[in-house]
Design a protein around this ligand. Structure first.
Ligand code: MF3
Ligand code: CO
Ligand code: CO
Length: 268
């Protein structure tokens, strides 16, 4: 019995590790691949097109495309866009832009989901953009540090929220991490805020994402008329970073690490 449910959350067996690693590594390689093209003057539509082709060429498919009507292969979220930014052939990167690129691939029926931050021009990125990016990655890794069996989902949320707020930032409430594996989104919702000891207990074999969205201003979000693009209500900058991981003996296994060491900007 390699797969079963506990508290409605799927418990995957050891046999999930190899295919999840393949899917996760491919998603990370898509971001590695696109990194040198993220420059002033390129359009987000062009970046998406290149990633789409790379995904197909590697025998996988982009999970977002046609997911609940989503029109593109990836999400590219610039500046005050929190998440689900739709790539656009008419939106060209400017020197001061900061952006998140979120890639989810399906490989042999298994999902790998990861995102990273980028600057259009490392030298011209605003100080506050760099500060927010650093804080967001620290949030992600403090969350990941809580992942071991016996801890709870509340411990993850608390670690993220406590750090973000200690730095004067806020945690987006309207979007969450999620169980993943042989589906894009499975139970549970993984909140990036919470209280120590609350929520369900982490158990070996659970697979989920942690993907905190951190704002320089307030946490309130709204969706634009395109039905997807989520922005900060106060127009403050927002950053995000995401990994897919599994609870294993003595901790967790991250499936979406870069083989090039492209963890966070700068990437050179
Ligand atoms: N990759 C996103 C996540 O981390 C989901 C994108 S759904 C889409 O969960 F439809 F907007 F692509
Ligand atoms: Co995700
Ligand atoms: Co994602």
């Amino acid at each position: 019995m390699s797969e079963h449910f506990e508290d409605k959350i799927k418990i995957y067996g050891q046999d999930a590790i190899e295919p999840m690693e393949k899917a996760g590594k491919l998603a990370a390689r898509v971001l590695d691949f696109i990194t040198p093209y993220v420059k002033v003057g390129v359009s987000t539509g062009e970046l998406d097109k290149m990633m789409h082709e790379y995904i197909i060429d590697n025998g996988a498919t982009p999970a977002p495309l046609n997911y609940r009507g989503y029109p593109k292969a990836t999400c590219i979220s610039i500046n005050h866009v929190i998440c689900h930014g739709i790539p656009d052939f008419n939106r060209f990167l400017k020197a001061t832009d900061m952006l998140n690129i979120d890639v989810t691939v399906v490989l042999d029926g298994w999902y790998g989901d990861t995102s990273r931050m980028f600057y259009a021009d490392e030298k011209k990125a605003p100080v506050k953009a760099k500060k927010l990016t650093e804080i967001t990655y620290e949030c992600l890794y403090r969350g990941i540090d809580m992942v071991k069996s016996g801890n709870t989902f509340g411990d993850i949320g608390y670690a993220i929220q406590n750090y973000a707020e200690s730095q004067g930032c806020s945690v987006v409430r309207d979007f969450v991490g999620h169980g993943i594996g042989r589906n894009f989104h499975e139970a549970p919702n993984v909140f990036h805020y919470g209280k120590k000891g609350q929520g369900k207990e982490l158990k070996e074999g659970m697979i989920f994402t942690i993907e905190p969205m951190i704002n320089l201003g307030g946490y309130e979000a709204k969706i634009l008329d395109d039905g997807w693009t989520a922005v900060t209500r106060d127009k403050s900058l927002s950053a995000q970073a995401e990994h897919t991981l599994m609870v294993v003996k003595d901790g967790c296994k991250i499936f979406t690490e870069s083989e090039k060491g492209f963890t966070k900007p700068p990437y050179n």
